[in-house]
Design a protein. Structure first.
Length: 95
């Protein structure tokens, strides 16, 4: 069954003007936010000044837990939150 589109007329639609007042809000990217910036292995490696291969090897599940970089797995992709990685680094330095 095909739905009728009587109430919707494409020709009468007004163009939507995007202004600062009606622009969608940008999520909070602060360290305490659940929307903290997600980094990939290359970006994290650049921040840590190490090769991306080192970041990937420290993210694998066969790496001992205490040595593993905190990672978010999205299917085959790994992403990192800087606040969690920073806390992990502080814990390793303070040993």
């Amino acid at each position: 069954m095909i739905a009728k589109r009587d109430s919707l007329s494409i020709s009468s639609a007004q163009p939507i003007e995007i202004t600062r007042a009606n622009r969608p809000a940008v999520p909070d990217m602060s360290a305490n936010s659940t929307f903290a910036e997600l980094l990939d292995a290359e970006q994290l490696a650049a921040r840590l000044n190490v090769p991306p291969s080192w970041v990937r090897s420290r993210s694998r599940s066969r790496t001992p837990r205490e040595e593993r970089i905190p990672v978010i797995r999205l299917g085959r992709y790994c992403r990192y939150r800087w606040p969690e990685v920073s806390a992990w680094l502080q814990a390793r330095v303070s040993r």
